[in-house]
Design a protein around this ligand. Structure first.
Ligand code: AMP
Ligand code: MN
Ligand code: MN
Ligand code: MN
Length: 284
């Protein structure tokens, strides 16, 4: 395993806001040439046993995974955890608490959208939910496309449910230090997900990386579906600057919605340490 390994360590199943089952994702990863895979459902480990079993059957190396929603300096940041013991009690309790407010937030979002003339969105979104504890904005987006409120899910986010838009309800997620400790306490490695997406000022970004390191975080996604060439170069540089390992993951959610498929990102640059080198003993 090295920088040229076809690792895809970030994707979502029906256990969070993806549209494929863990088994279908495993098959798709294998068909696309993935050699090391992780399923990283939002705030959830409920798909891990299925993903692991499917990977084993296909002869595909596997790392356990999750993507934890964190509130940092007033914005939402995602922290990927890799290689944890997925039965660790403190981790499971932390994730359960993080999932906690989603139902209430969804009802508030729906009330806001009803005031805009879009009634019944909560009930509509539920049709797309695979895990009752994990109703997400993605499920809202799918229903709003279904009823023609926008042409695709990207447009729904742009028009209605990102920060500053009328259907957006701010939410308090986990604290950065807690998320990192839940992951590392369960034997895993914490990774900053898609940093290029947060649109942070240089000062805020420096604070995020510095605090993340101080809490015991060890990796950052360099290659991800949300990054372009300039981000690849920038965050490979941050790996050197902050002494972090680099990760690679498509963030695949759905064949219809995701523009980056499993296993099809460019390789990591040769200058970085791949995060999977820190996780050799956790690979199954
Ligand atoms: P939530 O955890 O409920 O706030 O939902 C966040 C999820 O919404 C992310 O994990 C993405 O899957 C999806 N998402 C966020 N922003 C966008 C966007 N601009 N276009 C499409 N999907 C998005
Ligand atoms: Mn998602
Ligand atoms: Mn994310
Ligand atoms: Mn994701």
């Amino acid at each position: 395993m090295n920088t040229l390994t076809n690792a895809d360590l970030h994707c979502h199943s029906v256990v969070s806001d993806g549209t494929l089952t863990p088994e279908a994702l495993a098959q798709r990863a294998k068909a696309n040439g993935v050699e090391l895979w992780a399923l990283t459902d939002h705030d959830e480990l409920g798909g891990q046993d299925r993903a692991m079993a499917a990977a084993r059957e296909l002869g595909l190396s596997y790392l356990t995974g999750t993507e934890i929603s964190v509130s940092f300096a007033g914005i939402t940041v995602h922290i990927v955890g890799l290689g944890m013991d997925h039965r660790n009690e403190a981790l499971l309790t932390g994730l359960r608490a993080t999932r906690g407010g989603r139902e209430e937030r969804a009802r508030e979002m729906s009330d806001d959208l009803a005031r805009l003339g879009l009634p019944g969105v909560y009930e509509g979104a539920l049709k797309y939910v695979g895990n009752p504890e994990l109703i997400s904005r993605s499920h809202f987006a799918r229903y709003l496309v279904e009823i023609g409120a926008a042409k695709d899910t990207n447009e729904v986010f742009r028009k209605y449910i990102t920060e500053g838009k009328p259907g957006f309800v701010p939410h308090r997620w986990a604290a950065l230090g807690d998320a990192v400790r839940w992951i590392t306490g369960a034997g895993g490695v914490a990774v900053i997900a898609h940093p290029g997406r947060y649109k942070l000022t240089p000062t805020e970004e420096f604070a995020l990386f510095t605090e993340f390191k101080a809490h015991g975080g060890r990796g950052v996604e360099v290659m991800t579906g949300a990054h372009g060439q300039a981000d690849y170069v920038k965050y490979a540089g941050y790996c050197q600057e902050f002494g972090l390992a680099a990760s690679r993951g498509s963030d695949f959610h759905s064949p219809e919605e995701s523009h980056t498929d499993l296993g099809l990102l460019p390789d990591l640059p040769g200058s970085v340490t791949p995060v999977w080198e820190l996780l050799e003993s956790r690979i199954q």
